[in-house]
Design a protein around this ligand. Structure first.
Ligand SMILES: Nc1ncnc2c1ncn2[C@@H]1O[C@H](COP(=O)(O)OP(=O)(O)O)[C@@H](O)[C@H]1O
Ligand SMILES: [Mg+2]
Length: 300
């Protein structure tokens, strides 16, 4: 009996040492990659003219795979946004394909609350595309730098706008897959959705062209992507609610205990986050969202 316990704890310890070694190697590789990116992903200097047309004014964003510049279009004198694929990503075929797919997707969008694609070009082996400039702030900067807060009603109204944009995309069989606060811009209370780098458009083939196995797989995959977008909406809503939460309590409690929200709102959030029965359509979400908005209205 004791022998067994001893052997088990020895194995656990071995595994632990092995795990620590793996973690050490991963963080070493990560810092090498970061260093490589630091030297390779040098942003283009202010004043540079790209494609004989776009004068770089400033860097306005730098995400995981793109460097985003605010430029002046010397032909139209309008401000434009030029997104460059990070040079460190060029070696990875997959990343280049993602950039190409982002461009193809933007090409299919025609919505005033999403960027308009103007053109694409490559210079000295670097890849770029040009889109409209949305003169707003992203929700991440508003919350963390400008300390903007959203009460329950305001947060729900943001979700309402976002839901309309997600509905537009899902109707076109496009799944954003990266709905997060840095990818949402706010301009005079109007919301804009950007960054289609991880988005996917599911072209539904005619059932006769697919075996029943691949049809089933296709449907499951689409369902997963839809639920992922709903889940992300839930996380965004939770983020917004926490902007008004005074974080005096050091002991982290679950949101259901920390936040005092209307019953209707909690129900909406639990279904978005799949703690309760997941939603099956945007329409279903919007019914519950209306109920939550109404419950909040009645209070004022
Ligand atoms: N069309 C645009 N208009 C205004 N700002 C933009 C636009 N596109 C991107 N940005 C800014 O640049 C940041 C990074 O852009 P994004 O497309 O999300 O790049 P990444 O794919 O690297 O995350 C955004 O968070 C936003 O603040
Ligand atoms: Mg982004």
């Amino acid at each position: 009996m004791y022998g067994v316990c001893y052997r088990e704890s020895l194995t656990t310890n071995d595994e632990w040492v092995h795990l620590k070694e793996v973690v050490r190697k991963i963080s070493f590789l990560r810092s090498i990659r970061k260093m490589y990116q630091f030297f390779v992903d040098i942003p283009i200097q202010k004043g540079t003219i790209l494609h004989e047309r776009y004068e770089v004014l400033t860097v306005i964003g730098s995400g995981s795979y793109g460097i985003v510049y605010l430029c002046k279009d010397l032909k139209s004198q309008e401000k434009r946004v030029v997104k460059q694929l990070r040079p460190s990503k060029h070696r990875h075929r997959k990343e280049v394909e993602l950039f190409e797919s982002e461009i193809a997707l933007l090409h299919t969008l025609q919505h005033k609350q999403m960027p308009k694609l103007f053109e694409t070009f490559s210079t000295d082996g670097y890849f770029f595309y040009v889109m409209s400039f949305i003169d707003g702030d992203n929700l991440e900067d508003l919350i963390f730098h400008s300390k903007k807060t959203f009460n329950e009603q305001e947060s729900l109204l943001i979700l309402q706008q976002l839901l309309e944009l997600v509905d537009y995309l899902h109707t076109k069989n496009i799944y954003h897959q990266d709905l997060r606060i840095p990818n949402i811009l706010l301009k005079n209370n109007e919301l804009f959705l950007i960054d289609f780098g991880l988005s996917q458009q599911k072209i539904l083939s005619a059932p006769s062209q697919l075996s029943s196995g691949s049809l089933q797989h296709n449907l499951e995959n689409t369902q997963e992507m839809k639920l992922q977008d709903y889940y992300d909406l839930g996380e965004i809503l939770l983020y917004l609610f926490y902007t008004t939460y005074p974080s005096k309590n050091k002991k982290a409690l679950p949101w259901t205990e920390e936040l005092s929200l209307k019953w209707e709102t909690v129900h909406l959030l639990k279904r978005l986050l799949q703690i309760e029965e997941p939603y099956s359509s945007v329409h279903e979400i919007s019914i519950d969202l209306h109920a939550a908005l109404k419950a909040n209205e009645n209070e004022h």
